[in-house]
Design a protein around this ligand. Structure first.
Ligand code: SAH
Ligand code: SF4
Ligand code: F3S
Length: 457
C-alpha cells in the first residue's frame, strides 16, 4: 500500500533523560511536540531517526558526561549515515542552555541545541536542521511561554504522572545553576493546569505530582483570573474525578505559606509526604548560601506541618562542603537532621558550578573533608530511613498499585510516604488504591499483603 500524500511518514524518536523530574516531564512533552511530525518512541537508539539527549547541569562533571555520551551517539549516527539514513541529534536541557556554543564547537555532528524554554519550537528546528548544514541553536528565553504553544494531546503517562505548574527560579542560591539554566520564575494559569490534570485522569492517571523548581512559589492566575497560591491549586485538582492522590515537589522552605499547610490538614488526597530541601543546619551557612531562612525557621515550619498532618513524613536535600563550611557548621547540620528525623533524604558534596557566586568564593573545602562529611551525614540519614521504614511494619495502609512486579504474580504499588510496596496480587488492580498490611521493610521498599479483596478506590 502506498502512503497517501497527506499522511506523515513513520519516524522513530529516542529520548535519553538525565536530571530532575522536570526533565522527565519535558522529555514527554518533547515527544508530544514531535508526534504530529510522525515521530513515535523507540527504546533502541540505533534505530532512531532522531535522538534527544535531555541533560542536567546541577552537579559534578555534567558537561563532560554529555560529551562522552555524545561520542557514543556519534558512532550510531555515522553507522546510519553509512546505510544512507539520517539521525538527527539534539541536545536539550540545562547543559544545552549553559553550554550551547561549547557543544556546537566540540561536537559539530550535533544538529540541534535547545534550552528548556524553547522546545515548543522543535518542529521548526527539525525542519531547519533538515535544510541547514550547521547546527540549529535555540537557547534564548523567549517572551512567549512554551506551554501556550504545546499540543494538547499528551501521550498517557500512566497511573502516576508529573505535571509542571511552575518553571524557573528567582532565588539565586549561591551554589545553584538553575536560575541561569531555567530562567526566571513563571507560573502556568490554574485553568491550563486543571485541564491537563483532567486529561491525565481521563487517560488513567490516579496520582499527580505537581512540579516546579520552586513549586510552592506557584502564583498563577486562579480560575477567577486573580492570582492564586499552591494551596488553592491543590484544592482545585483534588476535585477532579479519578485523581485520588496529589503530591508536589520541589518546595522552598520560604514559600510554605499558611494556606499550603492548611491544605495538608484538609485535603485527604494530598499525600502525607513532603520534600523540603534545607541544604544545611547552620545559620551561618544558610546565610552564605542565600537561602533566606534560619534553621529555627525550618524547624518551626516542620512543626506546623506536623501539627496539620501528624503522619507527614519528611525528605530533604543537603549539601556538604559548601565554601566556608566549618566543622561546627557541619555539626549543626547533623543536629538539624537529628531534630527532624527524615524518612528519606538526598545529600551531595558541593560541586562548583561555573558562573555561580559560590564557585568563585574563597575557602573552598578540600575534597577529602567533603568525602568524610558526606559519609557521616549519609550514615545518619540511612539510619533514619531504616527506622522510618521499620516503623511501617504492621501498619494497614492504602497503596496505589502502579505496575507489574518482576516476579510472577507480583504487583508493585506506592505507599503514601512514597516507598515502593511489593505484594502478590492480580494485575487488574493496577490503577486502584488497595488496603495492605506491611509485612517487612527493606532498604528502599516495603513488602505487604492485601487485606481487603476489593479495591478501595
Ligand atoms: N529547587 C530546589 C532544588 C533544586 S536542585 C531547592 O530550592 O531546594 C536539587 C538539589 O541539588 C538541591 O536541593 C541541592 O541540594 C543540590 N545542588 C544544587 N546545586 C548543587 C551544587 N552546586 N553542588 C551540590 N549540590 C547541589
Ligand atoms: Fe536552586 Fe536555590 Fe532556586 Fe532551588 S531555590 S532551584 S537551590 S537557586
Ligand atoms: Fe538538572 Fe536542570 Fe533539573 S540542572 S536538576 S535538569 S533543572
Amino acid at each position: 500500500m502506498t502512503a497517501s500524500p497527506t499522511s506523515t511518514p513513520a519516524r522513530r524518536l529516542h529520548v535519553i533523560t538525565h536530571g530532575c523530574q522536570m526533565n522527565v516531564y519535558d522529555s514527554g512533552r518533547m515527544a508530544d511536540v514531535l508526534a504530529p511530525l510522525g515521530y513515535a518512541p523507540t527504546a533502541i537508539p540505533e534505530e532512531a531517526d532522531m535522538v534527544i539527549l535531555n541533560t542536567c547541569h546541577i552537579r559534578d562533571r555534567a558537561a563532560e558526561k554529555v560529551f562522552s555520551e555524545l561520542g557514543k551517539l556519534r558512532v550510531m549516527k555515522q553507522a546510519r549515515e553509512a546505510r544512507g539514513e539520517r539521525m538527527i541529534l539534539a541536545v536539550a536541557g540545562c547543559v544545552a542552555q549553559a553550554e550551547g556554543a561549547e557543544i556546537v564547537a566540540r561536537a559539530p555532528f550535533v544538529d540541534i541545541v535547545l534550552g528548556p524554554q524553547t522546545y515548543h519550537r522543535l518542529p521548526e528546528m527539525v525542519a531547519r536542521a533538515a535544510r541547514a548544514g550547521g547546527a540549529v541553536i535555540e537557547t534564548d528565553f523567549p517572551a512567549e511561554q512554551k506551554f501556550d504553544f504545546l499540543p494538547e494531546a499528551a501521550a498517557p503517562q500512566g497511573v502516576t504522572a508529573f505535571l509542571t505548574v511552575q518553571e524557573g527560579c528567582d532565588k539565586f542560591c549561591s551554589f545553584c545553576v538553575v536560575p541561569y539554566t531555567r530562567g526566571a520564575e513563571a507560573s502556568r494559569p490554574e485553568a491550563a493546569i486543571v485541564a491537563e490534570a483532567r486529561r491525565l485522569a481521563a487517560q488513567g492517571t490516579r496520582e499527580i505530582t505537581l512540579l516546579g523548581q520552586n513549586v510552592n512559589a506557584w502564583h498563577g492566575a486562579g480560575a477567577d483570573g486573580r492570582p492564586a497560591t499552591l494551596g488553592r491549586l491543590i484544592r482545585a485538582i483534588a476535585t477532579i474525578p479519578g485523581i485520588i492522590r496529589i503530591r508536589y515537589t520541589t518546595s522552598h522552605p520560604r514559600d510554605m505559606d499558611d494556606a499550603l499547610i492548611a491544605a495538608h490538614a484538609e485535603i485527604p488526597a494530598l499525600m502525607p509526604f513532603l520534600h523540603l530541601p534545607v541544604q544545611s543546619g547552620s545559620d551561618r551557612m544558610l546565610a552564605t548560601m542565600n537561602r533566606r531562612h534560619t534553621a529555627a525557621e525550618y524547624l518551626a515550619t516542620i512543626a506546623r506541618l506536623r501539627e496539620a498532618r501528624p503522619d507527614v513524613a519528611l525528605s530533604s536535600d543537603f549539601i556538604v562542603g559548601h565554601p566556608g563550611e566549618t566543622e561546627a557548621d557541619f555539626e549543626a547540620t547533623l543536629d538539624l537532621v537529628r531534630a527532624v528525623g527524615f524518612a528519606q533524604a538526598f545529600s551531595f558534596k558541593y560541586s562548583a558550578r561555573p558562573g555561580t557566586p559560590a564557585a568563585g568564593a574563597g575557602q573552598q573545602v578540600p575534597e577529602e573533608v567533603k568525602d568524610r562529611r558526606l559519609h557521616e551525614l549519609q550514615a545518619l540519614l540511612r539510619a533514619q530511613t531504616a527506622r522510618f521504614n521499620a516503623g511501617c511494619v504492621g501498619l494497614d495502609i492504602p497503596v496505589l498499585v502502579t505496575h507489574r512486579g518482576r516476579h510472577p504474580g507480583q504487583i508493585v504499588g506506592r505507599a503514601p510516604w512514597l516507598q515502593p510496596v511489593h505484594l502478590l496480587g492480580a494485575t487488574d488492580l493496577i490503577g486502584s488504591e488497595i488496603r495492605v498490611r506491611i509485612l517487612e521493610a527493606h532498604t528502599n521498599s516495603l513488602a505487604a499483603t492485601q487485606i481487603e479483596e476489593r479495591a478501595c478506590a
